[in-house]
Design a protein around this ligand. Sequence first.
Ligand code: UD1
Ligand code: CA
Length: 466
Amino acid sequence: MLAVAVLAAGKGTRMKSELPKVLQPIAGATLVERVLSSCEALEPERRLLIVGHQAERVEHSLAAHSGLEFVLQQPQRGTGHAVQQLLEPLAGFQGDLLVLNGDVPLLRPQTIAELVERHRASGSAVTLLSARLADPTGYGRVFADGAGNVSGIIEHRDCTDAQRDNTLTNAGIYIFNWPKLAAVLPQLRADNDQGELYLTDTVALLRPAMHLEVADPDEINGINDRLQLAQCEAVLQQRLRQHWMREGVTFVDPASCTLSDRTVFGRDVLVEPGCHFRGANQIGDGCHIGPGSLLENAHLGRNVEVLYSVVREARVADDCAIGPFAQLRPGADLAADCRVGNFVEIKKSRIGAGSKVNHLSYIGDAELGEQVNVGAGTITANYDGVAKHRTVIGSGSKTGANSVLVAPIELGANVTVAAGSTLTKDVPAGSLALGRARQLVKQNWQPRQDAADAAATPPAAAPEPR
Ligand code: UD1
Ligand code: CA
């Protein structure tokens, strides 16, 4: 039997933020979500989250995660006090308790699995994760013998100078035999520099106590301030890029691109410099993204090209080309073989296969058939100041440059709209629609003589500076 407790009640004073620390975003998820997902594969029987500082906000942020038990720690008197709050909800529980710090987001699921396995094989009362850090400043130090037996943990601020030379660092990740931990939790005393109850002090009270040293010290990076947040973000980004490069994605300049872990790439995708993928993107085989593009919850088919463009909550089918400098907004849905060119914005619109919107257009709340050619500067005037209205353009239709389609309006198939038209009424299939003033030409026309004289008079000389 396994229970997992995540410590997430602290304020995170050093972040200097309105946001509780565990809700700080990192690679597209909150710290606490990332910690929770690192132990998902273990399928624990119980998952408890210790909340305190802005507890409702933390609970609310995790509303979509089912099966979490929230345990309130009020006030927050240290990590040992946090775990003391479990004495009641875990009364009678006979299994192991895995404790995860809510601010240690880089742990790999395999590492946690190995910790659990090692603990069970050795029959220890507690097994904790440790690492050798080049700079362990701020972390607790683990005192252990060569066989991995831990005698105790001393916090950085409580260490003597000599003790600080020990670089074996406490990750803040432990697995305890719960009945044994429950027996010693009431013995904790706040006799330390912070005047808090330290979970780390239970280790000296439990026998046998063991540690497992992780090979990659990055895994135990804790986040206490914005510098560490940025460092951890960099590690996660690097991991994501390396993963996708191994899966067949080319990054021309990997460090210039950021990913989210819900972005999925097909094979032979080429990502040029300066591209950012947020949320749950799906990028099909052979796509060519960038340079300079932002994709958020975008769904791209195969061989789509996106150049210097923004695609958000939009779908783009196979072989489309987007950009440069286009924006596909939520609800844009392009069938195969479409072209969307520079300074075009498309929102909540379906664009049929083979259609082209190549220059300077706004298409909103519209339904375009197949092989439609939208002329440069065509605008769907979808908003009358109160409500949004739909524009329908039938297959094979062409709009002339600078036409305005005032919605609600429907153009049938194979309609031609003359350049410069403002259309307010439906147009039946196969028609030419003109909606503009007729051109007037006055032959042999001269400007009036007095206006011509005024234009010819040189401007008065500027006064000399005094
Ligand atoms: C802790 C460890 C330290 C370890 C480090 C690893 C203790 C005493 N020290 O130090 O040995 O090297 O983590 O990152 O445990 N929290 C609560 N309630 C509280 C206090 C904290 O839930 O009353 C939560 C925080 O929200 C945070 C976690 O516990 O997620 C760790 O707390 P923090 O104050 O950051 O501990 P550190 O000083 O980093
Ligand atoms: Ca910490």
